[in-house]
Design a protein around this ligand. Structure first.
Ligand code: ATP
Ligand code: MG
Length: 252
């Protein structure tokens, strides 16, 4: 499991995470919600050790990701599959080459074994047989699926999704949600989804946490979320203009 304790992260004078403490249980589908710019992607990057916290720590399967050396760190990273907010495919490579990248870099599998793994993962995300296409030939939803095939190619224990349904039509978004649920079940992985798509939240989440002003202000089931009396949470989930959250223009 993942244990996050008293995590703090600032950029220049801007405090993004003020004090985040959170446990992610094995096998659960945890959804993190919160306003744009509240630090959701930063939190995922801290978990992946792509950023370092200013204070606090994260334990993954009881190993502190801050203190370990390069080799164990790599072993730890292998436990994670990550679907980037932008899918992040290499346009000059084919679909198969994109998915195979982690295998080519980090395993000694033969080309035939790699091809078999790529085919298996493409089938798993519902896109069998598109190995030879280039990313430019794919729709947004297909790109997300290919990104997801790459995220699971090393058989991770944890899959992290950053805005998996953003920019997709409602049917494709529902498809991706379905896929997230299926992969969680079939691969017996722990799933963390960052989103502000409330449809996704309702469909996917075993548990929802809301990040606001650098802290977790809500943790509970979707059913409880809908019933909460907290005015900040209510305003967010109902998308209301009036309430305690006042729009602040983001610097970027
Ligand atoms: N590497 C960085 N350097 C400086 N500031 C950063 C960096 N990464 C993130 N930030 C800042 O941290 C804040 C939180 O960013 P983050 O990307 O986590 O937001 P988010 O909750 O994921 O928003 P969105 O829903 O729009 O994706 C923003 O103000 C952003 O500008
Ligand atoms: Mg983000």
């Amino acid at each position: 499991m993942i244990k996050i304790r008293n995590l703090k992260k600032s950029f220049d004078e801007k405090q993004v995470l003020r004090d985040v403490t959170l446990d992610v249980q094995d096998g659960e589908k945890l959804v993190i919600i919160g306003r744009s710019g509240c630090g959701k992607s930063v939190l995922l990057k801290l978990i992946l050790n792509l950023l370092t916290p200013d204070e606090g720590y994260i334990l993954v399967d009881d190993i502190a990701i801050k203190k370990i050396g390069q080799k164990p760190l790599f072993e730890l990273r292998r436990k994670f599959g990550f679907l980037f907010q932008s899918a992040a495919l290499f346009d000059s490579l084919t679909v198969a080459e994109n998915i195979a990248l982690p295998l080519v870099e980090h395993t000694r599998l033969s080309p035939a074994e790699i091809a078999a793994k790529v085919a298996e993962k493409l089938t798993m995300v519902g896109l069998p047989g598109i190995e030879d296409l280039k990313p430019s030939e794919l729709s947004g939803g297909m790109r997300k699926r290919v990104g997801l095939a790459r995220a699971i190619v090393m058989d991770p224990k944890y899959i992290l999704y950053d805005e998996p349904t953003t920019g997709l039509d409602p049917i494709m978004a529902a498809n991706i949600d379905q896929l997230i649920i299926e992969l969680n079940r079939k691969l017996a992985v722990t799933t963390i989804v960052v989103t502000h798509d409330m449809q996704s939240v309702r469909k996917v989440a075993d548990r929802v946490v809301m990040l606001h002003n650098g802290r977790i202000i809500y943790s509970g089931t979707v059913a409880d979320l809908e019933q909460t009396a907290d005015p900040v949470v209510r305003q967010f989930i109902n998308g209301e203009i009036d309430g305690p959250i006042q729009p602040k223009p983001q610097p970027d």
